[in-house]
Ligand binder design. Structure first.
Ligand SMILES: C[S@@+](CC[C@H](N)C(=O)[O-])C[C@H]1O[C@@H](n2cnc3c(N)ncnc32)[C@H](O)[C@@H]1O
Length: 228
């Protein structure tokens, strides 16, 4: 049982990174930019683009084509406020699919709002839109192995805080979590296998309780040759 995220985000105007520190935001952007690689001449689809806070830090203005999708009109209005010519549309990212082909399909701090069924749907849709050699990146995904450390203080210095942390952890295990869904590498490997994808993982430097995942189509030349 999670919040109604669409209602929640319909009232927001920024991505709620947990800090307004411009240096932190710039560095977080640089981290994601390394994962995305050089985007010049690439066609890029961003799911849950929000207010485009990282748009320039990620070099998205240099792409051959960029499309952002988000279900929050207030976030998209913010985005258009500083990037009037950007191509964005208001839609559900998990079920989003169009007839174009993209070299990179990515999201940052969005997978937590997808349950497993939505994640499966998203990956299937992303695969269908992926150009040959393309990549799907799910960045800054809450990492299940770090959930206890996130909720419960490491030392029981303040007993009330410690007890509250344990309550939050128990509720999270029951499916009630203010952050949304937490995933493990194993969950993502299963999702990748189901879609015929390879997956690689990277630690998240700026949010140590998150990870990044990069999916690619399984190499065709790695498959056994068909018998004559
Ligand atoms: C934490 S913000 C991140 C925004 C942006 N990716 C960034 O890094 O600045 C999460 C965004 O995902 C959007 N979002 C969450 N679930 C979504 C869904 N199912 N479909 C479309 N957008 C979604 C929210 O509206 C919000 O703008």
């Amino acid at each position: 049982m999670h919040r109604d995220w669409q209602v929640f985000w319909s009232r927001q105007h920024d991505p709620r990174y947990g800090t307004d520190d411009p240096e932190f935001i710039r560095n977080h952007g640089e981290e994601i930019a390394i994962l995305l690689g050089d985007l010049e001449d690439r066609r890029v689809l961003e799911l849950g683009c929000g207010s485009g806070t990282l748009y320039r830090a990620l070099g998205l203005q240099r792409t051959q084509a960029y499309r952002g999708v988000d279900f929050s009109q207030s976030m998209l209005d913010e985005f258009r406020g500083h990037e009037p010519d950007v191509q964005v549309l208001c839609a559900d990212a998990a079920s989003y699919r169009d007839s174009d082909q993209y070299d990179v399909v990515f999201s940052n701090q969005v997978a937590q709002y997808f349950d497993r069924t939505m994640l499966e749907r998203h990956l299937a849709n992303a695969c269908a839109m992926l150009a040959p050699g393309g990549r799907i990146l799910l960045c800054s995904v809450p990492w299940k192995n770090a959930r206890a450390a996130y909720h419960v203080p490491s030392t029981p210095g303040n007993l009330l805080r410690y007890a509250r942390g344990w309550c939050r952890l128990c509720l999270s295990r029951l499916g009630v979590d203010r952050l949304g869904h937490w995933y493990s590498f194993r969950d993502f490997r299963r999702l990748a296998r189901a879609q015929g994808l390879e997956v690689r993982f990277f630690g998240c430097m700026h949010y140590p309780y998150r990870f990044h995942a990069e999916f690619r189509a399984t190499r065709v030349d790695a498959r056994p040759a068909p018998s004559p």
